[in-house]
Design a protein around this ligand. Structure first.
Ligand SMILES: Nc1nc2c(c(=O)[nH]1)N[C@H]1C(S)=C(S)[C@@H](COP(=O)(O)O)O[C@H]1N2
Ligand SMILES: [Mo]
Length: 332
């Protein structure tokens, strides 16, 4: 008898909740007089501010058609936090910069070129991004190397489907990704201080077997709508078992290669950021522990939400086999 089990990422883990809890909390905070006036001056005042301020959205997102994933037991990070607490150095290094500096970002027209060691190089235009493949929802944990994490309902398609369309040659061993370079639109690329001193365009890479893993997602949306700029519009990578910096945003180029490509954070500080960057609670960052993380969920000012970090961010069943025989202390 064939028993078809759902993949691990579909199986719920924590307790059920959703954004309504967060809204109730806001109402409560408001009634207690916490919201509105920016009177607190401690460092936590700032986090209260970005947790509770309704972001001023001017960029227009569109509703997507996609196969929904059951919410199950995951505690989603509220949309308001997913879109206002970001790392996207092209728009500035502060967590609120990407939102604040990207609302005028132009995503149309867009071109995503797939090239290199392939039989069939292809270019996807803006409309192709959401129409070439059946879109599905994937609720994934996102674990930043800075030790905070979120649970995000992405919408997208497997990178493996795109790679298959390009017909990889047997010589293709790695996949390189490149973000748009446009200093006129991306102030962090025009100003070294604002852009954190990293060299642009931002580049990332995966081994071909990592790129082909069913978990590896090309996201075109979140919370059922097209991506806002600060989250990597119009298309970004999501590799849920790796530290967030691998999940490169606003991609214009995907190139299949024979050899391992350079990656932005590894280039900047090789002793701190490896090529693999698999989430691993046993291998600390040279400057901080990776054993636990601050889960950003529905809690406000007083929420601690410190949880233990899981090996491969909890996706070991799907990906541990990729690293058999590899020393994960050396290959961090
Ligand atoms: N091009 C580009 N991609 C990027 C980054 C960046 O600065 N530039 N930051 C990375 C980091 S460190 C993280 S944690 C995630 C954050 O994704 P989110 O803002 O959608 O949560 O994006 C990653 N992708
Ligand atoms: Mo990150």
């Amino acid at each position: 008898m064939l028993i078809k089990l759902p993949p691990n990422w579909k199986i719920p883990s924590n307790e059920v909740t959703d954004e309504s809890v967060y809204r109730q909390r806001r109402t409560l905070l408001k009634s207690m007089g916490f919201l509105g006036a920016g009177t607190l001056l401690s460092p936590s005042a700032h986090s209260l501010d970005w947790f509770t301020k309704e972001p001023k959205v001017t960029f227009e997102t569109q509703a997507l058609q996609y196969e929904k994933q059951a919410l199950g037991q995951q505690v989603l990070t509220p949309e308001s936090k997913v879109i206002s607490h970001n790392n996207f150095y092209e728009f500035g290094t502060a967590k609120s910069d990407p939102f604040n500096n990207s609302q005028g970002f132009k995503v149309e027209p867009w071109q995503l070129k797939v090239s290199g060691e392939v039989e069939n190089p292809i270019t996807l235009n803006y409309d192709d991004l959401t129409s070439m493949f059946t879109l599905e929802e994937r609720i994934y944990r996102l674990r930043c190397v800075e030790a905070w994490s979120m649970v995000i309902p992405w919408v997208g398609f497997q990178l493996s489907s795109l790679i298959a369309k390009a017909k990889p040659l047997s010589t293709a061993q790695y996949v390189a990704f490149e973000t748009l370079e446009d200093p006129k639109q991306m102030p962090g690329q025009a100003n070294r201080r604002l852009g954190g001193g990293i060299s642009y365009p931002y580049v990332e890479g995966l081994r071909i077997d990592e790129a082909s893993n069913p978990l590896t997602l090309m996201a075109v949306g979140l919370y059922g709508k097209t991506l806002p700029p600060q989250n990597g519009a119009p298309i970004r990578l999501v590799v849920p078992w790796k530290y967030g910096f691998k999940s490169i945003k606003s991609i214009v180029g995907i190139k299949l290669l024979k050899t391992q490509p350079p990656t932005t954070w590894n280039r900047l500080a090789a002793n701190e950021y490896g090529f693999y960057a698999n989430v691993n609670p046993e291998v600390d960052h040279p400057r901080w522990s990776q054993a636990s993380e601050r889960r950003i969920t529905t809690g406000g000012l007083l929420a601690r939400n410190r949880i233990e970090t899981q090996m491969f961010n909890g996706y070991g069943d799907e990906v541990a086999h990729l690293y058999k025989g590899l020393d994960l202390r050396k290959n961090y």
